[in-house]
Design a protein. Structure first.
Length: 406
């Protein structure tokens, strides 16, 4: 931990000096070696940006192991984070890019993933308007990058509304290590990408991951009359036991089930209904292979159907209501009903009140919302391993809080 603190301090120091340099010289000549290029009117343009989100609120969870829990929680609206991103113009439309992003808990200052400084993204690569973008490092798969935007969570609801405590279809955001990722340039509103994550020669500890995505917007942006996306991710291998830092081994769904592999396919979209209403929806299909542990929320196949509606009476307000029906066939069914109220003082600062109610049906006897129930150690036979699981079929989690974006 001391090493991590020293590394983080060094990164901040480099950031401060880098920002000062970037602000003073955003356009830099190439020096003696670049005299000829400079003579042709080519300069190297560099930029470095610091950005982040601070998100904190007071949460109320009903039936938290049979009791009501009131606590402060960070990152329920959006994960609190800081990041660095930079670019350098290499000429001819080619640019070098990088992105480092770290998540933390603002209520106590701890890292979200102890032992991993840049747990969200750590990337370096090249991008070209004509040929696309190639990235190497640690990144999210296309389910998160292309599909999660259409979830109720991204539109108006709390992160509690992601699907089951074990994030069954990984829309809550599970990063991939050792990534090679390629994304095409935008072509008539269409864009696609492919990603592969290497296991480093040790699939028992680190999974190998394959992911694809495709999306379409008639205007080329998310601010369009309608947008569509589809994605697929398959994860094979990885340590399903809690033996090291979370975020290094298998997915949460694999850890809950002991499954050797998991794959998810999803389609999603959004449509504007006039100037004040937005309708979002999605379908995800998840299949687990080689299940070795049984318990709550474990099933061979899980289908999720989600629909949400937002109302924007003016630019300050967003009101939303949505529902997710989670079908695990013979293992059980779950319904998640979510609501959200958001008021923006400015584009950077807002107050919110939102919540999610889960009800279990059929063979499912317990409710367990994402983040309300500890997901990483479910069904592992450890003492108090399913912290927060309800003692009956219902669980409600709500939060009032503040978010600031910089």
């Amino acid at each position: 931990m001391k090493t991590n603190k020293k590394l983080l301090a060094s990164a901040v120091a480099l950031l401060i000096s880098g920002i000062a340099h970037a602000q003073s010289t955003t356009t830099t000549d190439l020096g003696m070696g670049g005299v000829a290029a400079a003579g042709r009117g080519q300069h190297t343009q560099s930029s470095l940006d610091l950005y982040g989100i601070l998100d904190l609120g007071v949460t109320d969870i009903s039936n938290f192991n049979g009791k009501n829990l009131v606590a402060m929680a960070s990152g329920i609206n959006q994960g609190s984070r800081f990041g660095l991103k930079g670019t350098e113009n290499l000429g001819g439309g080619l640019r070098a890019i990088f992105n480092l992003e770290s998540e933390f808990f603002i209520n106590n200052g701890n890292q979200a993933f102890p032992g991993i400084i840049f747990n969200r993204r750590a990337l370096v690569g090249l991008t070209d308007r004509s040929y696309g973008t190639l990235l190497l490092g640690r990144d999210y798969d296309f389910l998160y990058d292309y599909i999660s935007y259409y979830s109720d969570v991204a539109q108006f609801a709390p992160a509690y509304a992601f699907h089951l405590a074990d994030d069954i279809d990984r829309l809550g955001g599970e990063t991939v290590q050792n990534v090679v990722r390629y994304e095409t340039p935008l072509y008539h509103g269409l864009q696609a990408g492919a990603m592969y994550g290497f296991d480093g020669g040790n699939s028992a500890a680190t999974p190998h991951v394959l992911s694809f995505g495709i999306k379409y917007s008639p205007t080329g942006s998310l601010k369009a009359p309608y947008t569509l996306a589809a994605a697929y991710t398959k994860t094979v291998g990885g340590d399903t036991l809690v033996t090291g830092p979370l975020g290094m081994g298998a997915t949460l769904a694999q850890m809950a089930s002991g499954a050797r592999s998991v794959y998810t396919a999803a389609i999603a979209g959004q449509m504007k209904l006039g100037n004040k209403f937005d309708l979002n929806g999605m379908f995800t299909y998840t299949n687990l292979g080689g299940i070795t542990r049984t318990g709550p929320m474990v099933a061979k196949v899980t289908n999720v159907y989600e629909l949400g509606l937002q109302y924007h009476p003016n630019w300050n307000w967003t009101l939303g209501l949505g529902d997710s029906w989670i079908d695990q066939h013979q293992s059980g069914h779950y319904d998640e009903l979510s609501y959200g109220f958001d008021y923006r003082f400015t584009k950077r600062t807002d107050l919110f009140l939102f919540g999610t109610w889960m009800h279990a049906f059929g063979h499912a006897q317990n409710a367990g919302l994402f983040l309300a129930t500890t997901p990483g150690v479910m069904n592992q036979g450890l003492p108090n391993s399913i912290v927060g699981l309800s003692t009956n079929r219902n669980q409600v989690a709500s939060q009032v809080g503040i978010r600031h974006v910089f």
